[in-house]
Design a protein around this ligand. Structure first.
Ligand code: DX5
Ligand code: ZN
Length: 224
């Protein structure tokens, strides 16, 4: 368990007509990372935004690292485009790349931090042989494609299994969880071993972003 907890609001749930202001508002409310969900209507049945929108946020003045979650197939061209756009973390699903190790190396070569994303049914064994190359492991606690879904409880033992692997690797790797996270369940997710928490609807769905982020931090304090 880590006391270095990061909260990553997912811009998917923001008012997209006012994206710059919305992201600045969560930055001001104490976010640590900006989670940017890229969907292609091919790997997942939904379509969101691309590298030009990511770059627009940076041009707007967003200083926090952008944590790009690619739900696209194939991945390599968009890895290049998001690296150019200024992303810091770039994560992808192993099922979406024909050459997982090559895609990870590509992210590194472009000066970004690679992450691998595991769907609810993806076995943790897919981390074998590549874990030492990763800066982030992102566990999906819902099926990818939509915000506002319920947290899948089987994710909790999976988080612990991945935490064990990270500890055994001896590397500094963020363990991020994505989907259905709120101030009510964040402590259980942290206790299981996560240190980075994506939240879309729980943050952007309320009036006061500081209030909900503070509630999350308070819950996390009890397990720090
Ligand atoms: C789902 C996305 C998530 C989503 C989380 O495919 O990867 O990042 O936006 O949304 P909430 O927090 O509403 O479950
Ligand atoms: Zn995501």
């Amino acid at each position: 368990m880590s006391s270095d907890f990061w909260i990553a609001p997912s811009v998917l749930a923001a008012d997209l007509a006012r994206l710059g202001e919305e992201v600045q508002a969560v930055v001001d409310a104490g976010a640590d990372l900006v989670h940017f969900d890229v969907m292609d209507n091919h790997y997942v049945p939904n379509l969101t935004f691309g590298p030009s929108v990511c770059n627009s946020l940076i041009q707007y003045g967003i200083k926090l690292p952008i944590d790009v979650h690619l739900m696209v197939s194939p991945v390599d061209d968009l890895i290049r485009a998001f690296a150019d756009a200024g992303a810091q973390y770039i994560s992808f699903h192993p099922e979406a790349s024909d050459h997982v190790h090559r895609s990870i190396k590509l992210i590194q070569d472009l000066g970004c931090r690679p992450g691998l994303v595991l769907n609810p049914a993806t076995p943790v064994q897919c981390l074998d042989w590549v874990i030492d190359e990763l800066d982030m492991i992102l566990l999906m606690s819902v099926n990818p494609g939509f915000g506002g879904q319920s947290f899948i409880p089987a994710t909790l033992p999976k988080i612990s299994a991945v935490r064990d692997r990270i500890n055994k690797s001896g590397k500094t790797i963020r363990l991020e969880v994505d989907g259905g996270i709120s101030a009510e369940n964040i402590a259980d997710i942290a206790t299981a071993g996560a240190d980075t928490f994506v939240a879309g609807s729980a943050i952007f769905g309320v009036e006061d972003y500081s209030d909900v982020i503070n509630h999350m931090r308070l819950a996390l304090k009890k397990c720090g």
